[in-house]
Write a protein that binds this ligand. Structure first.
Ligand SMILES: *Cc1c(COP(=O)(O)O)cnc(C)c1O
Length: 221
């Protein structure tokens, strides 16, 4: 009766662990990235206090306003960029983030390669794949993935895996499975896939990084 309520963080972690167990995977093989976009430091701090250490933002400018003070107070926190990145923000992104999930086109390879060389900071990247071949969506076309990977390596960018945001409103599992297949074909073993609505499916299909926002912080406006 006096048992404390399960926090949203406890709940998400438990669901990740259950999904991992079903798939015969270890819970520690999947990183939870808490996507804090639109949420202020007052909402983020309780998660840091509960032990969460990896956060994600989708806008460089918003992150620049929020995170330097939080990171100064909690230097072991890691920050990932999960949103589309404009080439003219590459230097800012390299300076602030520990990992970038949205490398998706040759112009950004060039900009990030240059920014990392200049800063002397190779930031691990995921290549984002337009897995549902959606016209308006960011991400590299599936057919162009090998060439983009080759040019990223040539530019000195450490590419560690593939990332996707499947089409909204339909079952995500086939898209997760396809991303896993493309990663395997290209010798990559990390997969950034799964959000609040589908992270358990993603874990069962091999996600190594899930990006969960609203299930942790509440619905955004
Ligand atoms: C906002 C966002 C998420 C998290 O979405 P939720 O549905 O709130 O979990 C994950 N990935 C990307 C790229 C996002 O922009």
């Amino acid at each position: 009766m006096d048992q404390p309520d399960l926090t949203p963080l406890d709940d998400v972690r438990a669901r990740m662990a259950r999904a991992a167990a079903i798939a015969g995977r270890k819970p520690e093989d999947v990183d939870l990235i808490a996507i804090s976009k639109t949420y202020p430091p007052e909402s983020i701090l309780p998660l840091i206090e509960q032990g969460q250490r990896v956060f994600g933002e989708n806008r460089v400018q918003e992150a620049q306003g929020k995170w330097p003070a939080l990171i100064a107070a909690h230097p072991d926190v890691k920050l990932h960029l999960v949103g589309q990145l404009q080439s003219n923000k590459a230097e800012d992104a390299v300076a602030l983030f520990d990992c970038i999930h949205s490398l998706d086109r040759p112009s950004l390879v060039a900009a990030l390669g240059k920014a990392m060389a200049k800063a002397g900071k190779p930031v691990p990247c995921f290549v984002q794949v337009n897995i549902g071949a959606e016209e308006q969506k960011g991400g590299c076309p599936i057919a162009d993935v090998p060439a983009l990977l080759a040019s990223a390596r040539e530019a000195g960018i450490p590419v560690i895996g593939l990332m996707c945001v499947p089409p909204a409103g339909i079952e995500a599992a086939p898209f997760f499975a396809l991303l896993a297949k493309i990663a395997a074909e290209n010798g990559l073993d990390r997969l950034s896939m799964g959000m609040s609505g589908d992270f358990e499916t993603a874990v069962m299909l091999g996600a190594t990084h899930v990006r969960v926002g609203s299930a942790l912080f509440g619905a955004r406006d």
